[in-house]
Design a protein around this ligand. Sequence first.
Ligand SMILES: *Cc1c(COP(=O)(O)O)cnc(C)c1O
Length: 389
Amino acid sequence: MGNEDEAGPSLRRHAIERLRALAARGLSRAVRPTLRQDGHRVLREGRELLSFSDNDYLGLSRDKAVCAAAALAVRRHGAGAGASRLVTGGHPLHRALEERLADWKGMEDAVLFGSGYLANIGVPGALMGDSDLILLDALSHACLHQGAHLSRAAVLTFPHNDVAALEALLARERAAYRHVLIASEGVFSMDGDRAPLAALRALADRHQAWLMIDDAHGFGVLGDGRGSVHEAGVRAEIAMGTLSKALGSVGGFVAADREVADLVRQTARSHVYTTGLPPSAAAAALAALDRIRSDPDLTRRPLALARLFAARVGLAEPQSPVVPLVLGRPEAALALQAALEDEGFLVVAIRPPTVPEGTARLRFSFSAAHCEADVLRLADAVLSLRQAA
Ligand SMILES: *Cc1c(COP(=O)(O)O)cnc(C)c1O
């Protein structure tokens, strides 16, 4: 086997062609081994760079107390959970974290997942079925799209943050379905803007729909750390978040009413058929939550630094610690990334299909672990490189 003439094109040949097509469009991707250090310094290919591409918004992935909690949990409980939580992998630390997350989100209960991605691909299918409809903001994260399509519900997208378009869809489609779920992000991961949460809530109420908000980028940094939904003063039936960004650990969760959480726990395939989180990840997240609850000033720093940066560069005032600089062509984003690396900054270019065609960008993310002087140096480097371009 493996002979192309006899057996047709090999899988290797297929891969080579696909990879060439990506490269021709400036869309090749690679994992570049990176050692993260304190203060968002990273070692990469022999260079030390200051990173503005992490989602570790509060620097908690390297916090002493957080790391000590994880290390202690490894010593006491081992490296892994050993089984699905529904078999023998349901460690008491998982349950303690679920209770703390629910309390922090002002919800009755929460369910942990192995990652935010796993939460989003499993939850829609656990709640929505054949005669149901999911309405999704078009710019929602890949895993929300995938989760919606993995469910047996019909899926329609509405243009990003377009409340009138969503209202028109509801008026046209609502009557044909039993249940309707409106899903969006609280803070959009690649644009840093926020969803019109009060308007989404009002539409959901008017059309008897439910609301699911993915707050991966709001949790820990907006609303004193409780997230964008809390800050907006609205309620979402499904409040999704991740432990992997501001909390500096790994894992995902949804918070909801008790029975809703229980239905998710019992039926979301990405919860039932996968191994529980390492207990150490739960321990780290618990310690990170302690930090966040006791220090609301810490949670405000990333947005304040994003605003400092944007004001200096002349960009619109950010609504979150994520600030995009849209450049258009992938090659333009890669060129600015390379030029910033020469100045000692790591800001990774974000290209299609992560963002829509024609909107390749640098995505700056700010952290409490950055200092003002570094943010201003970055802004000045961006300004002078853009003038030179
Ligand atoms: C990062 C991200 C996720 C996935 O979370 P992980 O815990 O990294 O798997 C989900 N939704 C959004 C909006 C994200 O940015």
